[in-house]
Design a protein around this ligand. Structure first.
Ligand SMILES: [Zn+2]
Length: 374
């Protein structure tokens, strides 16, 4: 009986919290909806979407174990925000096995983004040490760390992150000014404004957390998704560990407070949200894509495009630069993966002769294509 009351209470508080978010979103969207719709019209897909933004790299193992196939099955690309250290194992550095898993996730098109070298609270750290020291210790250090690491078998490297997620959801104007646009296009925070992020956005982006700490029953997100769809904008959903309900924290042997144990969501909840989002026709974007930066899986494809656009190898390719290209010759360039072609919305002619591409599904996303040479 006590258990039942406890569950009902939990369900009620959960509903009330999401009802509050929904009402707040409605209230705050009334004032700026029009502006966002205008920006949306310039987007590459012209479809509202959601972004899964997943924090803290001591959870690499469970991202890999429970997230890899889940996102692969639904063809959903997400953003993993990483640190270089493990919070709960004496702050040890990530192992080579964990680095390999992250780079493998990147090779499926997921974004590996910046969450602070040592997961410092930006507000507290800058108060104590100054903003310069924070940039040096928690921002530049992770860029450097990522540059030095590579996959133990393939030799593949991390891409330079273009987005950041504030550790502990703690942010302020002073740190934001340092980060955007110098280091990042987007710095993700938590509940702000109407919780929405238009495409081609740069600056501080809000998010809503779907960990069990905030979301018990995934049905509570449904109403918000419908409303985001109506507004034609995008919603960033944050979570931490991806763990089935039956996996107990105790089995990891980590000392942590009860509060910290609830920073997890189940594959079932994510699956529910993906299914619901697909049902109403949402796109799925990485945070980098929300900021207008294109992601390619195949380096030869990416480098060829950069050359065509007269860019240096470290420059970002912007989605807006690809929308108007009409002809593309990818023949004889040792390209095996077409991922990225979905951005070329104006493409009419595509040459794929002498490539090793086997998956052509993305060609369906090109509305103007007239001729494809195989
Ligand atoms: Zn974190």
């Amino acid at each position: 009986m006590e258990q039942l009351i406890c569950r009902l209470k939990r369900q009620y508080f959960d509903w009330r919290y999401w009802d509050y978010l929904y009402r707040n979103m409605k209230k705050k969207s009334k004032t700026n909806t029009r502006k966002e719709l205008v920006i949306q019209n310039l987007s590459f897909v012209k479809k509202p979407g959601i972004t899964f933004s997943i924090d803290d790299s001591f959870r690499v193992q469970d991202w890999y174990a429970y997230g890899k196939n889940l996102f692969g099955f639904y063809d959903v690309r997400v953003t993993f925000n990483i640190n270089a250290f493990h919070h709960y194992e004496d702050n040890r550095e990530l192992s080579q096995a964990e680095i390999d898993m992250l780079i493998e996730l990147q090779s499926y098109g997921h974004e590996i983004a910046h969450h602070g070298y040592n997961h410092k609270d930006a507000v507290k750290y800058t108060e104590q040490m100054g903003v310069k020291k924070w940039i040096e210790d928690d921002i530049e250090s992770l860029f450097k760390w990522m540059e030095e690491k590579s996959h133990s078998v393939t030799g593949e490297k991390f891409k330079r992150p273009v987005t950041f997620a504030y550790p502990h959801f703690r942010f302020n104007e002073e740190t934001l000014k340092e980060l955007v646009p110098k280091y990042f296009m987007i710095a993700r925070g938590h509940l702000m404004g109407n919780y929405l992020t238009p495409l081609n956005y740069s600056g501080l982006a809000p998010s809503i957390c779907i960990d069990s700490h905030y979301l018990y029953n995934p049905r509570n997100v449904k109403r918000i998704l419908k409303y985001v769809n109506k507004l034609g904008s995008n919603l960033i959903l944050t979570c931490h560990s991806i763990l089935p309900n039956e996996v107990e924290w105790e089995s990891f042997g980590w000392e942590m407070e009860n509060h910290a144990k609830r920073w997890r969501t189940s594959p079932q909840n994510i699956q529910y949200i993906i299914t619901e989002a697909k049902r109403i026709g949402f796109e799925f974007y990485t945070t980098a894509e929300l900021s207008g930066v294109a992601t390619f899986i195949d380096h030869n494809f990416e480098n060829y495009i950069k050359k065509q656009l007269s860019k240096h190898s470290n420059d970002n390719v912007l989605i807006s630069e690809l929308l108007t290209i009409k002809e593309l010759d990818l023949s004889n360039k040792n390209i095996i993966n077409l991922d990225g072609i979905q951005y070329f919305k104006g493409l009419e002619m595509l040459n794929l002769q002498n490539t090793n591409i086997t998956d052509f599904r993305l060609l369906e996303k090109l509305p103007n294509i007239k001729k494809v040479l195989y």
